[in-house]
Design a protein around this ligand. Structure first.
Ligand code: NAP
Length: 290
């Protein structure tokens, strides 16, 4: 079977792969222990590739602290560009297909219709710029790659907006949430499932793809749905971005056009609220909804 190494396996998306691999007995996945798979450690990477000769490398590893990146651009660039460059070189050497995860933050978000793969990327944050720099090194070094841009990722694992809202909702009677930034919440399990489909079908439809769940929501809509589905009684007040200052600027519009991914892979993508209900159900089972 198509041996696949997952980098960043202990992060949010990495844990989605672990969960799907465990549930379906997918024994072609290799989840290296932390320390064995630092994408900045070329010697460790060489050892891993030589030992396993993977058919696929899935890169979930990234510097994802969007606000912190504004004050530490060097580290963000190292992980998000040099790390990707290291992986690409090894993939080229070992004839491994790279499946790399990127972000809606490569766009400025100053549009009002869904973003296509062919639209010009114009990052407005250090994180977005370093992720774009990482995307750009891949085609220079490799022909067999998939770059999958996603946005607003959440799952029952690690820290994310859903878990933050549930925690705040349990502590407070009232919350203010931004209502003038729109995108589409994306369930990590759905995204990991799509990538497993690429691997299982040996797809050679290489290139850049946009993948999120279906539909459109503001952070306000997303939070309201989280509270409705979890049965949390909290008043949510919509506010403009100007009332919630963050170190990094976020795109106002992040909705992605998924025509290419749906047509190429014959996918039916779940609607964001349906997937959110599944995730909240899992969190309830784990007693993570108070
Ligand atoms: N989260 C979102 O809303 C979102 C939206 C769009 C796109 N994405 C992209 O989706 C991908 C997965 O994101 P995520 O939410 O799963 O992020 P995450 O939870 O922050 O996971 C990233 C993982 O990468 C690891 N990592 C950092 N530096 C590394 C290095 N030098 N070598 C190996 N591993 C390293 C981190 O380990 P430590 O924790 O130990 O540093 C962490 O386990 C990323 O490419 C991200 O840019 C995320």
């Amino acid at each position: 079977m198509n041996k696949t190494i997952v980098f960043g396996a202990s992060g949010q998306l990495g844990q989605c792969f672990k969960k799907l691999a465990a549930d379906a007995n997918l024994d072609f996945f290799i989840f290296p222990a932390e320390g064995e798979a630092d994408i900045l450690d070329t010697a460790a990477l060489e050892k891993l590739f030589a030992a396993h000769q993977p058919v696929y490398a899935v890169n979930c590893a990234a510097y994802t602290a969007v606000d912190k990146a504004e004050d530490d651009p060097e580290t963000a660039l190292k992980v998000n560009k040099t790390g990707v460059e290291n992986l690409s070189r090894l993939c080229s050497k070992h004839d491994t297909t790279l499946i790399h995860i990127s972000t809606d933050f490569v766009f400025k978000g100053d549009v009002s219709s869904p973003l296509k793969e062919s639209d010009a990327a114009k990052p407005i944050s250090v994180y977005g710029q370093t992720k774009l720099d990482g995307e750009k090194v891949i085609p220079i070094l490799l022909d067999n790659y998939f770059i999958i841009r996603t946005g607003w990722l959440y799952a029952e694992f690690a820290n994310n907006f859903v878990k933050t809202m549930l925690k705040l909702g349990a502590e407070r009677d009232e919350l203010k949430v931004i209502a003038d930034q729109v995108g589409t919440p994306t369930y990590g399990i759905d995204l990991a499932g799509f990538i497993i489909h690429i691997i299982k079908t040996d797809s050679t439809a290489y290139g850049i793809y946009h993948y999120s769940n279906e539909g459109v929501a503001s952070w306000y809509d997303f939070s309201k749905a989280i509270f409705e589905l979890s049965g949390t009684d909290v008043k949510v007040i919509p506010i403009p971005t100007s009332e919630y200052k963050t170190r990094a600027v976020r795109p106002a519009y992040s909705v992605m056009d998924k025509t290419k991914v749906k047509q190429t892979f014959g996918l039916q993508i779940p609607y964001w609220r349906d997937s959110l209900a599944i995730c909240i159900g899992k969190l309830k089972q784990q007693n993570q909804v108070l």
